[in-house]
Design a protein around this ligand. Structure first.
Ligand code: CP
Ligand code: NVA
Length: 331
């Protein structure tokens, strides 16, 4: 069934019904098939798209650019030093200016309130490309990847291991609650999510058949997982926390022993990326040397395994982001 999402912003999946999310996933699959068939689209023809980035990005930025171009849209990248947002000009003023020029605005940054304010004042759809609190376009790609691997979403056991209160843990909890997955956060108590959000997600879950549980047990907590998901231990903007997090999260590393403890030989591994799975980066090497470790949130062995679907997941960012843009501003 087609849903009319024209003119809507995409700030968190809490604002969308299960049926609307299903519609976006089906649209994403159709757009993926269309691209694979080599068919050039025009669903975003004539649309000017602003991409505001206060934080760095590989996948999200490139997914928005490629998705827009595939359908004839015209993306414009606005980095943190390129515009006045929040410095010389208020968010509300920038929003009203960009809204007069662009048909849609993507925002990645720190405060979730900023993306809400952009949506409130711009008068055009605003898409959340990650804030400290949520990362909803990533979750759409994750749901599509899970669906591609298992054929369905309802009843899938999705276990998120690591920093249980970051944007990914929060947004996956919302996505799972909406779509009827059994979601478990496995994390030390110091990093459990905010009570209010857990309560809200449990209320949503009551309507979809989902369950939301939280455990600090890295052995029992992963038992029965269909999907093992992790994210970096230190998110963008928290770079002073490596020592504290490594200390807290060492027992929660996704390694082959944890994989074995799931007891599931159909298991898949997901990670939103970027990932510190080896020392192949300058940053990684420096951090690992400083803290006497060789890997962080996931071992190289798991990351490179046949059940790791992280690059399918990364590709799915394009198709799902395209679906969001087409649904909200497309023809
Ligand atoms: N997963 C994700 O959002 O990646 P980027 O930070 O590279 O955009
Ligand atoms: N939690 C991570 C996600 C990156 C896509 C961060 O905010 O840095």
């Amino acid at each position: 069934m087609a849903f009319n999402l024209k003119g809507r912003s995409f700030l968190t999946l809490l604002d969308f019904t299960k049926e609307e999310i299903e519609y976006l996933l089906t649209l994403a699959q159709n757009l993926k098939d269309k691209k694979r068939a080599g068919i050039k689209g025009d669903l975003l023809e004539g649309k000017n798209i602003a991409l505001i980035f206060e934080k760095p990005s590989t996948r999200t930025r490139c997914a928005f650019v490629v998705a827009a171009r595939d359908e004839g849209g015209m993306p414009e990248y606005l980095g943190k030093n390129d515009i006045q947002l929040g410095k010389k000009e208020s968010v509300a003023d920038t929003a009203r200016v960009l809204g007069r020029m662009f048909d849609g605005i993507e925002f990645r940054g720190f405060k979730h309130e900023t993306v809400e304010e952009l949506a409130k004042y711009s008068g055009v759809p605003v898409w959340n490309g990650l804030t400290d609190k949520y990362h909803p376009t990533q979750v759409l790609a994750d749901l599509l990847t899970i669906k591609e691997n298992f054929g369905y979403l309802e009843g899938i056991n999705l276990v998120y291991v690591g920093d249980g209160r970051n944007n990914m843990a929060n947004s996956l909890m919302i996505g799972a609650a909406k779509m009827g997955l059994n979601y478990r956060i496995v994390s030390p108590r110091e990093l459990w999510p905010e009570e209010d959000l857990v309560k809200e997600c449990r209320e949503v879950a009551a309507g979809s058949g989902a369950t939301i549980t939280i455990s600090d047990d890295p052995v029992e907590g992963v038992r029965g997982a269909d999907v093992l998901y992790t994210d970096v231990w230190v998110s963008m903007g928290e770079e002073d926390k490596f020592a504290e997090r490594i200390n807290l999260l060492k027992p929660y590393q996704v390694n082959m022993e944890m994989v074995k403890n799931t007891g599931n030989d159909r298991l898949i591994f997901l990670h939103c990326l970027p990932s510190y799975h080896n020392a192949d980066t300058d940053n990684g090497r420096k951090i690992f040397e400083e803290h006497g470790i060789e890997e962080m949130e996931v071992t190289d062995e798991v990351f490179e395994s046949s059940f790791s679907k992280v690059f399918d997941e990364a590709e799915n960012r394009v198709h799902t982001i395209k679906a969001v843009m087409v649904a909200t501003i497309g023809k």
